[in-house]
Design a protein around this ligand. Structure first.
Ligand SMILES: NC(=O)c1ccc[n+]([C@@H]2O[C@H](COP(=O)([O-])OP(=O)(O)OC[C@H]3O[C@@H](n4cnc5c(N)ncnc54)[C@H](O)[C@@H]3O)[C@@H](O)[C@H]2O)c1
Ligand SMILES: O=P(O)(O)OC[C@@H](O)[C@@H](O)[C@H](O)[C@H](O)CO
Length: 494
């Protein structure tokens, strides 16, 4: 069987390179690269993407081996019917590995048609790294690399204001565009670059805040054999995503003209303020993912669809979403209910195997960003603890013991966090006193949570009670007991 390359395609339209993309992962290939492909099909964009790899485990070698081509499966409910479609995406021109191809990377700054910079370097990517220098090849951080590229552009076109970029970071952090710009300017100052360059970064470039939404489990490791037979060629870069997509860009009107995805019929919106979209999506969708992961995994389940369709778990997830997350949001009840029901239907997508283990990556910082604000809002608004959320926090602490029965859980988090949990759990037996000490130690750690959680009334006691129950009875039994353990907190507030 042949590998997917240009030789297998009839249509070999060579559009100019208009987009520089940082991050070679599944998500962007199923999201913005697909959107560009869709716009190209309608002659609305007529441009291609150069993908640059920043970390050693990227995919550029495979991208180049396949002439930038890959197959995207979009599976889910479309117009109320289950749909599975697949298509070869041809919007990527080539990939560059910055360790070997830094000269080619900087040379792209000379291309007058280059207009967009898109990134998804995970939440860890948009950071300032003090050791980065302008002359490094490459700089370690993504903003460091970007600053060096922008400086090259500024020099090549002698500060021409018409040669700046529209910058669309897709990392799931608050005000991603604003934060990226802040760090680029920090590098410019740290590297003592001219004030004219700083002015050019400010005036000629548009850093947009964005919000992305599409569930992309990535490479279909379970079904690749059947898919390869169906396709009739070998594709090492197959990506699976759901049908649903939403891209909200906070930016000026001209972005809509230059990135005419909405005109192409896609669910892409250029708006003045995306905060309400973000609040709903992160608190409800990502919040529910993060909330269910340790509980469902310890219960013995492996995927999101299993979790939202297994009776006791379904009840736990829905109860917590509707009674604890939703009441902290100030949108109409109807809007929140509809949004949550849509999210639950997306989670049930029978085609998609979205592994809880992949959502579990960096769970502590995800809990802090995606659930903790809801816990705090709930306590402030209602003067009591949200039990379902507290139970998830307890399950998370137990999850970081690293065992599901006899199976070892491959925890992926930063070194410091893993070392802390390992030490605390190795000193702990199942006695209430020891677990109480462990819980109190973890909750007090401001590096993990940004504040001392022991200061929240009754939280330490309730988490201890739940962790003890999980440790002694196991998750299945603990979950069954949750309604009784809730005691006085059991009534609904919504
Ligand atoms: N998969 C989804 O369903 C989905 C949906 C919306 C948003 N996202 C966001 O996408 C990210 C994960 O991306 P993915 O699903 O494509 O995973 P992935 O592992 O396929 O890709 C991650 C990419 O980030 C790069 N990267 C990782 N750490 C980096 C760092 N410190 N600096 C620079 N680059 C770095 C990797 O090289 C890789 O190219 C998450 O941050 C998530 O919030 C994912
Ligand atoms: O991608 P992560 O690891 O940051 O978070 C896991 C999921 O919550 C996330 O990927 C969602 O599926 C996505 O944000 C939906 O748009």
């Amino acid at each position: 069987m042949q590998i997917l390359t240009k030789a297998l395609l009839d249509n070999d339209q060579l559009y100019p390179e208009k987009v520089l993309q940082f991050g070679t992962g599944n998500f962007l290939r199923a999201f913005t690269d697909w959107q560009i492909h869709e716009m190209n099909k309608q002659n609305l964009f007529n441009g291609r993407v150069v993908v640059v790899q920043s970390t050693p485990n990227g995919t550029v070698d495979m991208i180049n081996e396949q002439d930038g081509l890959y197959t995207l499966y979009l599976q889910g409910i479309k117009d109320q019917k289950p749909v599975s479609e697949h298509e070869v995406i041809s919007s990527v021109s080539r990939g560059l590995n910055l360790v070997n191809n830094y000269v080619e990377y900087l040379a792209m700054a000379k291309n007058p048609e280059l207009r967009f910079i898109i990134s998804n370097t995970t939440e860890a990517g948009i950071t300032f790294q003090v050791e980065d220098q302008l002359h490094d090849r490459p700089q370690k951080s993504f903003p460091g690399k970007l600053t060096a590229f922008l400086y090259e552009r500024f020099q090549v076109f002698k500060g021409d204001r018409s040669k700046g970029f529209i910058i669309l970071p897709c990392e799931l952090i608050e005000e991603n565009g604003k934060e990226l710009k802040r760090i680029v300017l920090q590098f410019a100052r740290t590297w003592n670059l001219e004030t004219e360059f700083i002015d050019w970064v400010e005036d000629a470039n548009t850093f947009c805040n964005t919000l992305v939404d599409r569930i992309v489990p990535g490479f279909p490791k379970d079904t690749i054999k059947e898919k390869t037979e169906e396709l009739g060629y070998i594709d090492k870069l197959v990506v699976v995503g759901e049908q649903f997509h939403l891209f909200v860009i906070e930016g000026p009107e001209f972005v809509k003209e230059e990135f005419p995805a909405e005109k192409a019929g896609l669910n892409v919106h250029v708006v003045d303020d995306l905060s309400s979209y973000r609040l709903k999506k992160v608190k409800i969708l990502n919040g529910a993912h993060t909330l269910m992961t340790p509980v469902s995994y310890l219960y013995g389940l492996n995927t999101v669809s299993e979790a939202v369709t297994t009776d006791v778990m379904k009840e736990y997830i829905e109860d917590t979403m509707f009674n604890e997350i939703l009441p902290t949001l100030s949108f109409s009840k109807e809007e929140l209910t509809n949004f949550s029901e849509d999210v639950l239907n997306r989670f049930k997508n029978p085609f998609i195997h979205h592994y809880l283990s992949s959502i579990a990556l960096n769970s502590i910082s995800k809990f802090k960003a995606r659930i903790l604000p809801t816990l705090l809002d709930y306590v402030n608004q209602f003067g009591k603890l949200p039990n379902g959320i507290v139970f998830s926090l307890s399950a998370l602490i137990y999850f970081y013991k690293g065992k599901r029965g006899t199976e070892v859980i491959e925890l992926v988090d930063d070194e410091e966090t893993l070392t802390l949990f390992k030490k605390l759990w190795s000193d702990c037996d199942d006695s209430e006193m020891k677990i109480g000490d462990l819980v109190s130690n973890i909750l007090s750690d401001e590096r993990l949570w940004g504040l001392n959680l022991n200061e929240i009334p009754n939280l330490t006691e309730l988490v201890t009670r739940y962790v003890v129950t999980i440790a002694r009875l196991g998750m299945t039994e603990a979950l069954k007991q949750l309604p009784h353990l809730k005691g006085e907190y059991n009534e609904s507030v919504y």
